[in-house]
Design a protein around this ligand. Structure first.
Ligand SMILES: Nc1nc2c(c(=O)[nH]1)N[C@H]1C(S)=C(S)[C@@H](COP(=O)(O)OP(=O)(O)OC[C@H]3O[C@@H](n4cnc5c(N)ncnc54)[C@H](O)[C@@H]3O)O[C@H]1N2
Ligand code: MOO
Ligand SMILES: [Mg+2]
Length: 419
């Protein structure tokens, strides 16, 4: 008899996966390799930024007290005693109506408490005049204005984007403590599968899911262990997965998760004694996506159908792996957009339509990315987002506002916004 599966809502499925996403360890990496990793320690300012009062302009450092009373009719004259650029310290201490010619980034000389921009002066040899008074600290970039010593600048768990790299460099982190990347094994199953370099044969197709998933992982900065391609053979699949769970934090398979005569993943999970978190989700495509857990290893049983496989990864595998690295923004960014084409089909379950999203000054628009069945490979190539239509609806028209999840963004968001 065909196994009867109980479908659960997408949100419930996402929650069940996320609850099991345990943190991986951390490791130290050189700063040059830290981009794209997840911080395992907060970045704390080890000194004030800037570390000294400095000039934000090319100009003259003066004592504000000497500028009192300056006006167009009564200009005040200063004598230039020294000349410094960024990186150099003046040994001169300013006396009455003395100035140091100073360039952007250079520390204020002793006695100085204001900067006159070059454009605010009339220069004559070693002297210049000004026509307005300057307040104490006017045009000065004071020590600590950007960061105070001891301040937490970036929290642990943050995605290391180029700005975080800049802050790490500022504070002299030659090495950074980051979350280790989960070790992920990837296995494609299917007797019909040919390798990419093989010519087509009757009844066969090339394995496109394997390379696609490897690229989805790569987009997250995660390399995978390629476990190859296996025919629909229960023992072969069982042995491969059994071996892989000892070495991997997650094993991703594609194919063989439905109820067909050659769909062996359900019996593989049973033989492994794995806890199946779910094997039917109220969504299309990807309804048969199965997630299981055994010996601290996730088993992501993604569907063989390419679009279903892609959606299953983005909805379940991706946030789980991100959360395992301690990042608290694991979910796809959510937004809304206006449909620019009708979508007449009924949606018994939540539908995730591969779509082309565009944000313009006139608003955000979205259209399905062509042929959109579960077995479509082309719509994945054309899309950059999912249109999400709620289950139990039908007949969305051009002009309707729909829910959208954005794909391929460097950083995600903190919560899953849909049901
Ligand atoms: N009686 C039922 N039949 C099916 C059901 C169902 O509920 N009852 N579910 C359907 C749905 S929905 C999906 S999705 C598929 C899921 O199938 P499997 O995950 O078991 O995957 P396979 O049977 O192995 O293959 C399905 C399809 O995908 C192609 N495929 C497989 N692997 C790859 C790959 N690596 N690269 C490219 N394409 C791949 C395969 O050739 C098949 O065409 O089941 C429905 N059936
Ligand atoms: O899992 Mo199937 O793709 O629902 O489409
Ligand atoms: Mg099948």
């Amino acid at each position: 008899m065909v196994e009867k599966r109980k479908p659960i809502p997408v949100k419930e499925a996402v929650d069940r996966v996320m609850k099991r996403a345990a943190h991986v360890k951390s490791e130290s990496v050189p700063l040059e390799e830290a981009y794209g990793r997840i911080l395992a320690e907060p970045v704390i300012a080890s000194h004030p930024v800037p570390p000294f009062d400095r000039s934000p302009y090319d100009g003259f450092a003066v004592r504000s007290v000497d500028t009192k009373g300056a006006s167009g009719e009564s200009r005040i004259t200063f004598t230039v005693m020294d000349h410094i650029g960024a990186g150099t310290i003046s040994s001169h201490t300013l006396g009455e109506r003395e100035a140091v010619r100073i360039m952007t980034g250079a520390p204020l000389p002793a006695g100085a408490d204001a900067i006159v921009m070059l454009e605010q002066t009339v220069i004559d040899g070693q002297t210049f005049t000004i026509r307005k008074p300057f307040a104490p600290m006017e045009n000065v970039s004071p020590k600590g204005e950007d960061a105070k010593e001891g301040e937490v600048i970036v929290e642990a768990g943050a995605f290391i984007q180029p700005g975080v790299i800049a802050v790490l460099a500022t504070f002299g982190y030659t090495n950074v403590q980051v979350a280790t990347r989960p070790i992920v094994g990837l296995l494609a199953t299917g007797t019909e599968l040919l390798e990419v370099n093989e010519p087509l044969e009757p009844g066969k197709i090339r394995n496109s899911n394997g390379p696609m998933i490897a690229a989805q992982l790569k987009r997250m900065g995660i390399d995978c262990r390629l476990l190859g391609t296996l025919p629909d053979d229960e023992d072969a699949c069982f042995n491969m997965v059994k071996e892989a769970i000892h070495e991997c934090d997650a094993v991703i398979t594609t194919g063989g998760v439905s109820v067909g005569d050659f769909d062996y993943l359900p019996s593989v999970y049973k033989r492994l004694g794995a806890e199946v978190l779910f094997n039917k989700v109220m969504m299309r495509p990807g309804s048969v996506t199965t997630v299981a857990h055994v010996n601290d290893t996730f088993l992501f049983g993604l569907s063989g159908n390419p679009s279903a496989c892609f959606v299953g990864f983005e909805l379940f595998t991706r946030p789980a792996l991100i959360s395992m690295m301690g990042n608290d923004k694991p979910y796809l960014p959510y937004t809304k957009a206006v449909l620019t084409a009708d979508f007449a089909k009924a949606n018994p379950f939540n539908r995730f339509i591969r779509a082309i999203y565009e944000s313009t000054p006139k608003g955000s628009f979205i259209e399905p990315a062509g042929f959109n069945k579960s077995n479509s490979v082309t719509s994945i190539a054309r899309g950059n987002a999912f249109i999400v239509l709620p289950g139990g609806t039908r007949g969305f028209q051009k002009g309707d506002e729909v829910d959208v999840l954005l794909i391929g963004k460097e950083e995600g968001v903190e919560s899953w916004m849909l049901n």
